[in-house]
Design a protein around this ligand. Structure first.
Ligand code: PMP
Length: 415
């Protein structure tokens, strides 16, 4: 019998198999038909420590016995309070305020609304948003608007608002990005939103920390709010807790999700500097921050996130990250010359399978995906860009198997 489920980013007309997964542990997914599949992309980049981490699972079980859900407007609960306090302690100063939402996309929507609310409440006419070409910030309408216009969202263009775009800092042309932003600063935009160091869904494109630093400095000089969308890059993915650290910068607004709960439950936060909170704090009710959703700060998700933060504070997570980065270097070296644009940042490795510029609908993508699936490795190429982003606990055997299968795919398809 066919399933009534309508899957995301899936062309049901192509009748590709959709494996049924019934259990997961560490880097392994166990299918209903008895296979063990290696999760080489951390289930869309969320699973940091590994699937079903015992500490996170225990926290979820314990919280589910106490408080399942609570309206978060005008009421609060211990897991949210603890999590917010710990996040403020863990993330760089002065990100002092924590606003909860449910996904990476909503954390971005919240950041954009906070930026505009900040200037509106101060009576300043600043509302333009500057974005980097090729970015991805989510699939809600605001997220799409500040992301790259592409086949992802072409049909929905009439829904989207206009933004100013600076070029991606291609190698050797970094200054062009910085110059373009400096020019736009003259028009007094409200905010710049960027994915620090790596453009994820845009094809795992990497750029140097110096560009991020220069953009941040321009923001500070021109009163433009700097929004760091670290939905993908945070929680150690790029080698440091935040990618921004590598540029020595602190954003005005920081978007976090995915690894916030260790990848176990949906939750997001937008962290803000005091100034942005203060511009909304007033005796005037019309100046409050008008955003909510039913499940804002769900207690069980918050408890999972508190457990994640405990893992970060009590276990050597950054050492595991460094170890995973190091363990991939040898594998990467063996691929040199066989693929183009081979690159690595922290735990992320990416490459292109053809010389031609990758496009999401490249015919190669689905063929590669099927090739990997048939070999029990979950890899989901972005067009002809193949990338590896495993959970930090992955074994040497599983990691080796991922690169063996990539090697086989190169033999079969590349060139
Ligand atoms: N921003 C970035 C940088 C992302 O990578 C993603 C998701 N891949 C999002 C936002 C959207 O997050 P979500 O899918 O949780 O809405």
């Amino acid at each position: 019998m066919s399933s009534p489920v309508w899957h995301p980013f899936t062309q049901h007309g192509l009748n590709e198999p959709v494996p049924l997964v019934s259990r997961a542990e560490r880097a392994g997914l166990f299918t209903a038909d008895g296979r063990r599949v290696i999760d080489a992309i951390s289930s869309w980049w969320v699973t940091t420590h590994g699937h079903c981490h015992p500490r996170v699972m225990a926290a979820i079980r314990a919280q589910s016995e106490k408080l399942d859900q609570l309206i978060f407007a005008g009421w609060t609960h211990e897991p949210a309070e603890t999590l917010a306090r710990q996040l403020v302690g863990m993330m760089p100063r002065p990100l002092e305020h924590v606003f909860f939402s449910d996904s990476g996309s909503t954390s971005v929507e919240v950041a954009l609304k906070m930026a505009l609310g900040h200037f509106a409440n101060r009576g300043e006419d600043r509302h333009r948003i500057v974005v980097m070409a090729g970015s991805y910030h989510g699939d809600t309408v605001g997220g799409m608007s500040v992301g790259a216009r592409s086949v992802f969202n072409r049909s929905y263009a009439p829904l989207m608002f206009d933004v100013d775009v600076i070029p991606f800092p291609e190698a050797g042309h970094e200054q062009a990005t910085i110059d373009a932003f400096e020019q736009l600063c003259g028009q007094r935009p409200a905010a710049l939103i960027v994915e620090p160091l790596v453009l994820g869904a845009g094809g795992m494109k990497m750029y140097p920390a110096g560009v991020l630093k220069a953009l941040r400095e321009l923001c500070a000089a021109h009163g433009v709010l700097f929004i760091a969308d670290e939905v993908m890059t945070a929680w150690g993915r790029t080698g440091t807790l935040l990618a921004c650290e590598q540029a020595g910068v602190v954003p005005d607004l920081l978007c976090l999700s995915k690894g916030l709960t260790g990848g176990s439950l949906p939750l997001a936060v937008t962290m803000a500097r005091g100034e942005i909170f203060e511009s909304h704090r007033s005796q005037d009710r019309a100046k409050m921050f008008f955003h909510s959703s039913s499940y804002t700060a769900n207690p069980i998700a918050c408890a999972a996130a508190v457990a994640n933060l405990e893992i970060w504070s009590e276990e050597p997570v950054l050492e595991r990250v460094a170890d995973l980065a190091r363990r991939q270097v040898g594998h990467v070296r063996r691929l040199e010359g066989k693929v183009s644009n081979l690159r690595q940042l922290g735990t992320i490795v990416a490459m292109e399978f053809e010389e031609s510029e990758g496009a999401y609908l490249s015919a190669l993508g689905p063929k590669l995906m099927a090739f990997f699936r048939e070999r029990d490795v979950l890899l989901r190429p972005l067009g002809n860009t193949v990338y590896v982003m495993p959970p930090y606990c992955i074994s040497d055997d599983d990691l080796g198997r991922i690169y063996t299968v990539i090697g086989e795919a190169i033999e079969a398809f590349a060139g």
